[in-house]
Design a protein around this ligand. Structure first.
Ligand code: MG
Length: 203
């Protein structure tokens, strides 16, 4: 499996990082080895001094597809969860300045804790999903899928022009405003609606 991650899909977040609001989705990937399962702790890596959390809704891909038309995109994902796109902001900043790829900053081991998935059928409206993140019991991100620049269906259609989607892939759909650093000892809890879905302690 692979994880496809959309960048800058919430305009307020694009602005907080001084990025232009994109006219097409921006995406990158995390490998299978980036998965962090079952509320396991995240061990702060020694190669960075500025790891940030980014809470994101995550689609679970349920069948293989490429060049998917937007009108059929809804049949290619069957669950929505919440994940954290851990980012080594210091390494990402250096890469951006040099115009280099982001893999070191985004694709490192255990950089992607993901919750269990809620079946799509349980959401009354995919365009109105509240989600976010608590850090040490304080809400630091409070987003809603209604603020996404590119919808779930548009993301599927766009990404599948370039990359074949396979059953079991995850698609991170971008983070709302409020990203910030973590330090050892912090506790992160991501939620969808009123439900805490994911716990990740920083060790
Ligand atoms: Mg992200």
């Amino acid at each position: 499996m692979k994880m496809i991650c959309i960048g800058r899909n919430y305009s307020e977040h694009a602005r907080e990082l001084n990025n232009p609001v994109p006219s097409e989705p921006v995406f990158f990937m995390k490998p299978e080895s980036a998965q962090l399962r079952n509320n396991q702790p995240f061990f702060y890596p020694e190669f960075s001094k500025d790891i940030h959390y980014e809470a994101e809704l995550v689609m679970h891909v349920c069948k293989v597809g490429r060049n998917i038309q937007e009108k059929f995109a809804g049949t290619y994902f069957d669950g929505i969860g919440v994940g954290i796109d851990f980012t080594a902001r210091d390494l990402q900043q250096k890469a951006k300045e040099k115009g280099l790829p982001w893999e070191m900053a985004k694709a490192f081991d255990f950089s992607a804790p993901v919750s269990k998935f809620i079946p799509v059928s349980e959401f009354p409206d995919l365009k109105n999903i509240r989600f976010g993140l608590y850090k040490n019991n304080e809400m630091v991100q409070d987003g809603n899928s209604s603020d996404m620049i590119f919808s779930f269906d548009q993301i599927i259609a766009y990404v599948s022009k370039f990359v074949t989607l396979k059953q079991g892939d995850y698609i991170f759909t971008g983070t709302p405003a409020g990203v910030g650093p973590v330090k050892i000892g912090d506790s992160l809890e991501a939620f969808i609606g009123g439900k805490k879905m994911l716990l990740c302690n920083i060790r």
